[in-house]
Design a protein around this ligand. Structure first.
Ligand code: CA
Length: 252
């Protein structure tokens, strides 16, 4: 059974966080490798070929972004960036360079494990199925029929404009992952001008209203302020249905 475990490489220089992550991930059924510098991380990455990397940005030799850039030259292995930086610019940069997700320190164990699970699931989905057209997306009471381009909440159809549908479809194809404003705009309109962000905001406000999203409750789409939007997945492995994002998981 041991060989069937997902292998996770943790690149983090602080011992207490390193140990915490190792214990947490091993308890969750993963095999864990640790590196404390960017160089060491790169060596371990090429010799062990992990299924996922958790990457701290503040490393003693190089910035974690250096690792991310070099890995993205020839690998799609999911990378979750772990950072004390609350600056939105850093998050957007990391996502644009190819990070799959980010978690801001301090983080809760439950949140981190949920993000790991989601990143592994998404990468498996994209390698096995590719980007298959058609089919259905289901998350809690939200359902999307890609063939018919129709969206339902609690079995009732939600009337959407073409643009609104395109945005929902795009976010759902990357569910669990935060998509930056720029990447959404690029996909939907293909260009980025001064009005794009405003246009996106207006469309998102309408979408969230139509889906019945309300501030402060578990919503289908979460606005990661200053960064982008994330379509939530309902994780059925939780005993009671819980949204991976949108719930108040972060313990400060
Ligand atoms: Ca650090």
């Amino acid at each position: 059974m041991h060989n069937n475990k997902y292998k996770i490489l943790v690149i983090e220089d602080e011992d207490n966080i390193n140990n915490l992550l190792k214990t947490l991930l091993e308890t969750s059924g993963y095999q864990v490798l640790c590196a404390k510098t960017c160089d060491n991380g790169r060596m371990m990455f090429s010799s062990h070929r992990p299924d996922l990397v958790i990457l701290d940005l503040g490393l003693p030799d190089y910035d974690g972004m250096t690792f991310l850039k070099s890995v993205r030259k020839d690998s799609l292995t999911p990378v979750i960036v772990l950072s004390a930086r609350t600056d939105e610019k850093d998050k957007v940069d990391a996502l644009d360079v190819g990070a799959n997700d980010y978690v801001t320190k301090p983080f809760s164990s439950a949140e981190l494990v949920a993000r790991v699970r989601s990143a592994l699931r998404n990468s498996r989905r994209s390698t096995i199925e590719g980007k298959l057209p058609g089919g259905r997306f289901k998350s809690g009471s939200l359902e999307i029929d890609y063939d018919a381009r129709r969206v339902f909440v609690d079995k009732a159809e939600v009337t959407l404009t073409q643009t609104e549908y395109n945005i929902i479809a795009f976010l759902s194809e990357h569910s669990g992952k935060v998509m930056t404003y720029a990447s959404i705009i690029r996909d939907i309109w293909g260009y980025n001008d001064l009005n794009s962000t405003k246009k996106l905001q207006v469309n998102m406000a309408n979408i969230r209203k139509k889906l019945g999203d309300k501030p402060g409750k578990s919503n289908y789409i979460v606005n990661e302020l200053g960064v982008g939007y994330r379509m939530c997945e309902v994780d059925e492995s939780f005993s009671s249905f819980k949204y991976i994002c949108g719930m108040s998981l972060v313990i400060k």
